[in-house]
Design a protein around this ligand. Structure first.
Ligand SMILES: C[C@H](O)CC(=O)SCCNC(=O)CCNC(=O)[C@H](O)C(C)(C)COP(=O)(O)OP(=O)(O)OC[C@H]1O[C@@H](n2cnc3c(N)ncnc32)[C@H](O)[C@@H]1OP(=O)(O)O
Length: 708
């Protein structure tokens, strides 16, 4: 084989006898493994096996900032049968077996992500040298795609780092940084990127190392020896506590590791390939892969066709509350942009600084950041009580409380004190952007930038345009949100925008069932079982009953009767129940209460005796259908630009069960006609609020789907 520019793998043999294989998939920004490489890889292996002078082999990436991001997910999605996917897994297994069996030492030189099949390749090598860059991460994230590691990962990882650690990595998809990988024995050496290749060559010249046993303490040895049965059943119990049986990959990962550890590597690999094939065909994996494709698409979009974003070099934040503090933090720590924060009093500024410091502290403790880096990030946040330091801001995000006059005043202040190009982004969750921009001199620079709480954790940002927002403002705000680590969706102005608009009817329906006597625990439990991270009543307590009570009439007024909230909020508020923040809501928050307990006195307020009459499935259906219907309304009204944005918004903003693909993909999977039929059924039994929107009715009549 001669090396060709079209090859993904190029072998160069150095004078010291070490062969360097550079992985560089042509035409792609990141290396992924594809079955079409089979012939060139077979040639490469023959060349290596046939060269008796070769002393060792090093695998390194030719890409500037990634090793290998795994098997090509598109290739997995193209499989039509379980047998097709199983054979992909076997192909990878066979190659990695052959690599591991080489008599010469094989070293992986890793800089950037080594994920999925990329880490499986590295696991088959005899030594792993990693760069100390923050870009370097090692992980097996297949579970997030509804899959298991299919090319030996389920067998090699536990043998290298121990069953317990391997299960944690595979069941959570967690990615390890270099130091964590070294500690576990997954990496053998950490070096600066500049000497990565040389360090790997040095390792190869040392000869083939003896196989190491996992680094285990005494308890680890017992748990992974005589008590391994307990270890596996505990892992299953813990994982299912969160997954509620909704993710088939979880059981398969545990079964496969167990099979291989008790019956040997070869049997484990057989089992692994079979399970990989089966999982690739599940609805759950199909939907999770779709999320990967959707987010990858969104990452590439500017939000405004043909317009390039302006660079944001400095940002302003108005308001030092929880939201303002969170926004300042992600702007500095993710986007690396300095922030000037204004509040009306010193406490607000102090709060924001303290919040920023609190979020940086664990990074110092866990050695993700050095002290000097933390200090630098702290210095990037400065505060003032006036608008000094705002004149050179490129964007200002407002996070003051929800008052239209106040927000209009802020627009005017920014127009006076900041630059003529400065964008005014409002983090309102309920006020129309059109009204906030109504008195602006430069309305084209006013936009909504709606974060979810807590800002540093929630992945979604809704970017809301009013009719006058310019394309430049959209593109710059979208880019800014991406730099802050958010997945942005661009939506049109309208009450509740998208996320809160679809959330409200879902919560209202849960409240209605509660008023009809369904127990609080049952409502929460059944919706969590459906796949939401928390149930609707818990969510009401978290969001604040007062907040829900304030938003409900606004939505009803603008969008109609179907948004009319049940008459429960006023009674709760009269009783001083605002939810978790006041330690009084549907649940008890006093210190003495152990675990999560319903405050049963709530039932007395409504004169009801709780009694479950609905089945788990009926309860979930009644809550979820209004959300699905409203999502379709939003598409019909042009609030969201596509079903894809609606799915990503619901999954990343609300936690709509990812394995169901989002509201639109879920409707497709059940069939739009079925959704319409169920909505019509409930419209008869429960009321007009369930009436399906015209888009759904038309689509059902035409047998259409949201996705091809
Ligand atoms: C048999 C095996 O066990 C099965 C497997 O390996 S399944 C795959 C497991 N691997 C993964 O799940 C990792 C998926 N990738 C990622 O999480 C992220 O891409 C990443 C963290 C590696 C990098 O993120 P980021 O820097 O934001 O880059 P991102 O925009 O996502 O990706 C860059 C490009 O690589 C592509 N890409 C990354 N990983 C890919 C994969 N595994 N398959 C296909 N394409 C992939 C993206 O689609 C994108 O393509 P584009 O240039 O056309 O836009």
């Amino acid at each position: 084989m001669t090396n060709s520019a079209n090859n993904a793998f190029t072998l160069d043999i150095r004078d010291d006898g070490i062969g360097v294989v550079t992985i560089d998939v042509p035409g792609e920004s990141m290396n992924t493994l594809k079955s079409t490489f089979a012939d060139e890889v077979a040639d490469l292996m023959e060349r290596v096996e046939g060269d008796s002078k070769l002393k060792g082999l090093v695998f390194i990436s030719g890409k500037p900032s990634s090793f290998v991001a795994g098997a090509d997910i598109r290739m997995i999605s193209e499989c039509e049968t379980a047998a097709d996917a199983e054979s992909l897994a076997r192909q990878g297994q066979a190659l990695f077996d052959r690599l591991e069996s080489l008599k010469i030492p094989v070293v992986a030189a890793i800089h950037g992500p080594a994920l999925g099949g990329g880490l499986e390749l590295a696991l088959a090598c005899h030594v792993r040298v990693v760069s100390d860059s923050p870009k370097t991460v090692l992980g097996l994230p297949e579970v997030q795609l509804g899959l298991l590691p299919g090319s030996g990962g389920t067998q090699r990882l536990p043998r290298l780092v121990g069953v317990q650690q391997a299960l944690t990595m595979m069941l959570t998809g967690k990615q390890l940084r270099p130091k964590q990988a070294l500690k576990l024995g997954l990496a053998d050496e950490i070096v600066p990127q500049s000497i990565l290749l040389e360090a790997a060559v040095k390792q190869a010249l040392k000869g083939k190392p003896k196989k190491r046993k996992p680094k285990l303490n005494l308890i680890g040895k017992v748990l992974e020896g005589p008590l391994s049965g307990v270890l596996f059943s505990k892992a299953r119990e813990q994982a299912q506590k969160k997954a509620h049986g909704n993710y088939p990959a979880i059981d398969k990962i545990i079964d496969t590791v167990k099979h291989g550890m008790s019956k040997g590597m070869q049997a484990g690999l057989e089992y692994e390939a079979r399970c990989f094939g089966e999982l690739a065909m599940t609805e759950e994996s199909y939907q999770l892969r779709n999320i990967f494709f959707a987010t990858t698409e969104i990452k590439k979009e500017t939000g405004a066709d043909g317009v390039k974003p302006e660079k944001v070099k400095k940002a302003g934040v108005l308001g030092g509350g929880l939201m303002g503090g969170g926004i300042a933090h992600v702007t500095i720590s993710k986007a690396k942009v300095p922030v000037r924060l204004k509040d009306i009093n010193h406490d607000g500024i102090k709060n924001a600084l303290a919040y920023h410091a609190k979020l940086l502290e664990p990074k110092l403790k866990r050695k993700i950041m050095r002290k000097a880096e933390v200090q630098r990030d702290m210095l990037m946040l400065s505060g003032s009580l006036d608008y000094s330091g705002f004149n050179d801001t490129d964007i200002v995000v407002e996070a003051v409380f929800e008052d239209l006059n106040l927000k209009q005043q802020m627009v005017s202040d920014i127009e006076t004190h900041a630059g003529s190009h400065t964008i005014f982004a409002t983090n309102t969750s309920s006020l129309p952007i059109t009204k906030i921009a109504a008195k602006a001199q430069r309305p084209e620079q006013v936009i909504g930038l709606h974060y979810f709480s807590p800002v540093e954790k929630m992945p979604l940002a809704e970017i809301i345009t009013h009719p006058g927002t310019s394309k430049e403002t959209i593109a710059t705000t979208v880019e800014f949100a991406k730099k802050q680590g958010k997945t942005p969706i661009v939506v049109k102005d309208g009450a509740g925008f998208y996320v809160n608009r679809i959330l409200a009817p879902y919560m209202n329906e849960a409240a209605r069932m509660l008023l009809a006597g369904e127990p609080i625990e049952a409502l929460d439990k059944n919706l969590v079982k459906f796949g939401f991270p928390v149930g609707p009543i818990t969510l009401l307590d978290e969001v604040g009953i007062d907040v829900a009570a304030k938003v409900a009439p606004i939505l009803a007024e603008e969008l109609g009767e179907r948004f009319r909230a049940p008459d429960a909020f006023s009674k709760l508020l009269d009783d001083g129940r605002k939810g978790r923040k006041t330690k009084k809501g549907f649940y008890r928050y006093d210190k003495k209460t152990k675990g999560k307990q319903v405050d049963t006195s709530v039932y007395g307020l409504f004169g009801i005796t709780p009694e479950s009459k609905l089945s788990s499935a009926d309860m979930a259906e009644r809550c979820v259908l209004p959300m699905l219907n409203e999502a379709a309304w939003c598409l019909q009204d042009g609030i969201i630009r596509s079903a894809r944005d609606g799915d990503i918004g619901a999954i990343f903003g609300i936690g709509f069960p990812p394995f169901r693909g989002g509201p639109f993909r879920y409707m497709d999977s059940l069939g739009v006609a079925h959704i319409v039929e169920r909505l019509q059924h409930y419209a008869k039994t429960e009321g007009d609020r369930f009436k399906p929107c015209q888009l759904l009715v038309d689509m059902a009549a035409e047998k259409q789907r949201f996705y091809d």
